[in-house]
Design a binder for this molecule. Structure first.
Ligand code: G6P
Length: 439
């Protein structure tokens, strides 16, 4: 039977994104009755957690919803008996992200938070911490669903599914944004469309579009050049070449720019870094400082518009929709990160994929593909997925050989000597966060 009182734990509750989530929980309270909301963070995040907690409380008060809010530095207290555990942590905070972006640049490589050498470093730091959180969930809330936002979200979801018993789903805001853009292009409500998104996190393609039951994929393909041009706030908006994008035969996601326009994206990043001394992490620090000043204002009791300067737009929409559908056994379709189990036949069964799923009370069920993936998609997908598998092995076991192979294989590195040099810098500059490599 459905519970009438739900407990949610947010690990990394002091994140500047939390007001988004709180807004979503308030909006859908009638159909998703959260009565206890725990925001947990670590000692270094205590001040941010206090500010977020006070704002969240003002938002709840203004809404009149019966949600009791707790803030805590004890994540076990937050997790105990929770129905959903949302994870949105950043191991090493923004300083570590800044290093992740700068180390690759110093080797003439793209320096990005979630892909390439930067995303690799983030995965090495994050996986052991996430698996520690999983141990707590296994012990204190074994029936809970873990909703993971922590980046690199696909890799983290796969590590959780390979190395824990926790029921987990990985989430990203990109698919929901893509679906909104396509519905807007056709000038219809999204509920009238079925949009097939397939791939892995931050490397997905929109392969099929159905409107009112009619397959309009061919028409969609003719419009490819005119859409997909805008990207989230964190990715330079370089224009796609219409002929190229059409030849892919599917709409790439915003992150594909790093792969398909490698040189131009690198040039863009380098130029910005040389002119300002900053990368995206440094910009985010400034936006965060501004946001937290706003969050402190006692008269503020809603999510401020400035949050849109961050890349995670629609994040709360994705999170709350998913939890709401699991709770209500809705059976609607959402694009999430799950274990493959044959849904994409050219990838191993135990890896994570980002794909359309039917959301039921026992979690997401991946929809199979109507057509096999064409070689231009399959090739890149298999390479990057293999990189991800190796990265997880490296992070869990502290295995240097897997780390070196992972980086060498990644299309944004792709050279053994460069991989070795970047890896040396990553291991050295992250030594405090990588005990698995100190053995
Ligand atoms: C996109 C990605 C998220 C990522 C965010 C970064 O939306 O899908 O996974 O966290 O951008 O945005 P930021 O403002 O931190 O650069």
């Amino acid at each position: 039977m459905k519970k009438s009182h739900l407990k949610i734990a947010v690990i990394g509750g002091g994140s500047s994104y939390t007001p988004e989530l709180v807004e979503g929980l308030i909006r859908y309270h009638e159909v998703f009755p959260v009565t206890e909301l725990y925001l947990a963070d670590i000692e270094q995040g205590a001040e941010k957690l206090r500010i977020i907690g006070e704002l969240a409380q003002r938002m709840i008060n203004a809404s009149g919803k019966l949600i009791t809010l707790y803030t805590t530095l004890d994540r076990r207290e937050a997790i105990r008996d929770a129905d959903f555990v949302a994870t949105q942590i950043r191991v090493g905070m923004l300083d570590a992200r800044s290093r992740d972006e700068k180390i690759p640049l110093s080797h003439q490589l793209i320096g990005q938070e979630t892909t390439g050498a930067g995303g690799f470093a983030k995965a090495l730091r994050t996986i052991p911490v996430i698996l520690g959180i999983c141990r707590d969930i296994e012990e204190l809330a074994p029936n809970a669903f873990m909703i993971n936002f922590t980046n690199p979200a696909g890799i983290i979801t796969e590590a959780v599914s390979k190395y824990s018993k926790v029921k987990s789903v990985g989430l990203c805001n990109l698919p929901i944004g893509t679906k909104m853009q396509i519905a807007e292009l056709y000038g219809v409500e999204q509920t009238r469309m079925f949009i097939e998104i397939v791939g892995i996190n931050h490397l997905n393609w929109t392969t099929r579009v159905v409107l009112d039951g009619d397959d309009v994929t061919e028409d969609f393909m003719t419009r490819l050049g005119s859409i997909g041009q805008s990207s989230p706030a964190n990715i330079p908006d370089l224009e796609w070449d219409a002929e190229f994008i059409h030849s892919v035969g599917a709409l790439p996601c915003a992150y594909h720019r790093y792969y398909y326009m490698k040189e131009e994206m690198y040039g863009e990043m380098l130029e910005y870094y040389q002119a300002t001394g900053k990368t995206r992490a440094d910009d985010v620090k400034e936006v965060e400082a501004e946001l937290f000043e706003l969050y402190k204002q006692p008269e503020l009791h809603e999510k401020p518009a400035q949050l849109e300067k961050r890349g995670g737009a629609y994040y709360s929409e994705a999170a709350v929709q998913l939890m709401k559908s699991i709770y209500n056994d809705t059976g609607d379709i959402q694009t999430v990160n799950v274990r493959n189990q044959g849904a994409i036949p050219c990838l191993p069964d135990d890896v994570s994929i980002e794909i359309n799923c039917v959301i039921k009370s026992d979690g997401p069920h991946a929809l199979g593909l109507v057509k096999p993936l064409p070689p231009q998609i399959r090739g890149l997908l298999q390479v990057v997925k293999s990189y991800e598998e190796l990265t997880i092995e490296a992070a869990v076991k502290g295995d240097y050989a897997s780390a070196l192979q992972a980086l060498t294989l990644h299309p944004l590195v792709g050279d053994e000597r460069i991989a070795k040099a970047v890896l040396a810098d990553i291991l050295e500059q992250n030594a405090d966060f990588l005990p698995q490599f100190q053995r």
